[in-house]
Design a protein around this ligand. Structure first.
Ligand code: ATP
Length: 243
């Protein structure tokens, strides 16, 4: 982020507990408009929990989340959608009995207040769902369900988009294609946070990564630099590769 770019999202000393277990233990980071930021780390390091707190699914137990200069910690998801934050899920949850088109129509009606809504057919076309537009969501394969989940989020016109393992299960050609789409969205000014295990994909699309371990950031910077950090190697690759 250049010094004159104000972050659209600031996370400061965020804490989330589940009973006695501390899933986020003072996590801090920021994201700028137009930036693709990767959240990476081993299983259970708190990546999805961070997305769940930022998107309003969980209230934080401590710390601050600020979006566009306003504190949003504990604000419900549906209100955050209106303010311009939306997300996808590891396991998409469309309205299964509604058609693809109907699912997107609901999201269009529900979206961020302000700005012209995107054209439904153009969105379906762009994300390769036009041929299944009138089929129930339940009929879609897993890659198509992921695209519907993404389109549903995009239909609400987010300024901050949180992608939770969108790439998992996509084939190499689909990965290249969706990587280009994500980069184009960011080039249009959207801030995008990507949780992903596929490091090639992360390297290709992100400007920066935050590496998490046990609910804390242990590295912030380029992925190429992260993979040379002994602490990152230790936690991320299981220790046996550490110098
Ligand atoms: N609702 C919940 N109730 C209890 N524990 C939870 C809950 N959600 C997450 N956790 C725990 O918090 C920790 C962090 O989970 P989280 O899903 O955020 O990790 P992650 O980094 O996204 O992992 P993965 O890469 O496997 O998706 C894990 O130990 C998980 O079991």
């Amino acid at each position: 982020m250049s010094p004159d770019t104000k972050p659209i999202l600031s996370v400061h000393k965020l804490v989330k507990r589940f009973g006695g277990f501390v899933a986020l233990d003072g996590l801090s980071f920021h994201a700028a408009p137009g930036e693709v930021l990767g959240l990476v780390g081993p299983n259970g390091s708190g990546k999805t929990t961070a997305i769940n707190v930022i998107s309003g699914l969980y209230a934080p137990d401590g710390g601050e989340v600020a979006f566009d200069g306003a504190s949003i910690g504990g604000v419900a998801s549906h209100k955050l959608v209106h303010r311009g934050i939306n997300r996808t899920f590891q396991v998409p949850k469309p309205f299964m009995s509604l058609t693809v088109r109907e699912n997107v129509r609901v999201a269009l009606a529900y979206g961020h207040i302000g700005g012209a809504p995107p054209a439904l057919d153009a969105l379906l076309d762009e994300y390769r769902l036009a041929s299944v537009a009138d089929r129930p969501a339940a009929d879609l394969n897993s890659a198509q369900q992921k695209m519907l989940d993404l389109v549903r989020a995009l239909a609400t016109r987010p300024r901050l988009l949180l992608l939770d393992e969108l790439a998992a299960g996509l084939n190499p050609a689909e990965l290249d294609w969706i990587a280009e789409r994500i980069k184009q969205l960011a080039a249009g000014g959207m801030s995008i946070i990507v949780v992903e295990h596929l490091m090639g994909f992360i390297e290709h699309i992100t400007d920066r990564v935050i590496v998490l371990n046990a609910g804390r950031e242990i590295f912030e910077g380029k992925l190429a630099a992260a993979v040379k950090e002994p602490q990152v190697i230790e936690v991320f690759l299981g220790g046996e590769h550490a110098a």
